[in-house]
Design a protein around this ligand. Structure first.
Ligand code: ADP
Length: 311
């Protein structure tokens, strides 16, 4: 699900936050990323959510080569990730319930689905009784649990928590860890970033240790093979092939698109939505889409990502 292949990130020539870091996280795993403050842990997260791009190396999330992701696709991409930061960002002007529902409204869900999912998530984090309270009326631990519920509203493939127990006492921290373990048991891949070694004390979960920007140890190391790179090359070959032959079968997933847009996808051998997710700005330019086709494509991708969360 997540591949870091010899990733180096320099913020400036003098600041190397990560150096040659490689790891692979498979679907369904629960993985801690630990290390002292300044080790480079948050940089891993920032690279994964494409807030930053690596100086060298490659990063994949599912089939998507994250640094190459088109900017316009970022919001849709990030909806596949559930993200919780230490400084909780529930909206002050909305109740807890409204905060969670809001995350679903943005996704254009039906009223019934919003209500059902919100209730389910409130139960999951044990806050149904407190749903009508505003964030400032909740304790730190409750706010953090609320933030987790909200981040789960998208049914993310990967849940990333950066210092999720940062300001909490040990009892509240245990509650949070218990919820994260349950989320994982329900099938979501979980990545917890923390400097707090007490958190992993006694845990059987995989632990990746980062120190001075390098991968210091990994309790369950996995080979980092990047078949996708070869795939990429194959795609380019196919693209060249098809432009020459101008005869390509494209996926039924594209049936709903306008004829003119389908023709262009065909011409550039974009046969499946997965290929679409990997194309760059310059690819898009070379396709010569009209404004209308551009926005049709953008909203198609958004819907596509939304509808395929659990696959
Ligand atoms: P951690 O999360 O383990 O505390 P970070 O990934 O935040 O570590 O930081 C790793 C290193 O990169 C630190 O030396 C930090 O000062 C530096 N760093 C992080 N973000 C930036 C930035 N935006 N600009 C410059 N340096 C940064």
């Amino acid at each position: 699900m997540v591949i870091f292949d010899t990733v180096t990130k320099k913020y400036k020539e003098s600041i190397t936050a990560l150096e040659d870091v490689s790891f692979r996280i498979d679907p369904g795993e629960f993985c801690f990323v630990v290390g002292p403050s300044g080790a480079g842990k948050s940089t891993i997260m920032k690279l994964l959510i494409r807030e930053e791009v690596p100086t060298s190396g490659s990063i994949f999330f599912n089939e998507i080569e994250v640094p190459k992701l088109n900017r316009r696709l970022l919001p849709a991409y990030r909806q596949k990730l559930g993200i919780v930061f230490q400084d909780i960002k529930l909206l002050d002007t909305k109740t807890l319930e409204e905060n969670i529902a809001f995350a679903l409204e943005i996704l254009d869900k039906s009223q019934k689905e919003i209500k059902d999912t919100t209730d389910y998530l409130l139960d999951l984090v044990g806050l149904r009784e407190r749903k009508e309270l505003f964030p400032q009326e909740l304790s730190g631990g409750e706010q953090q649990r609320g933030a987790i519920a909200r981040a789960l509203a998208n049914k993310p493939d990967l849940f990333i928590a950066d210092e999720p127990t940062g300001n909490l006492d040990s009892q509240n921290a245990m509650q949070i860890m218990d919820i994260l373990n349950r989320i994982n048991k329900n099938g979501t891949t979980v990545m917890v970033i923390s400097h707090d070694l007490n958190l992993i004390d006694g845990s059987k979960n995989r632990t990746i240790n980062i120190r001075d920007g390098r991968l210091n140890s990994d309790t369950n190391p996995k080979e980092v093979n990047i078949p996708n790179k070869q795939e990429e090359e194959k795609k380019v070959e196919k693209k060249i092939d098809s432009v020459e032959k101008k005869e390509v079968e494209i996926s039924k997933d594209f049936d709903e698109l306008s004829k003119s847009l389908k023709e262009k996808l065909k011409k550039f051998a974009i046969k499946t939505p997965e290929v679409l997710l990997n194309i760059t700005n310059s690819d898009l330019k070379s396709m010569g889409l009209s404004k209308k086709e551009n926005s049709e494509l953008a909203s198609y991708v958004k819907n596509y990502l939304n509808n395929n969360k659990n696959e």
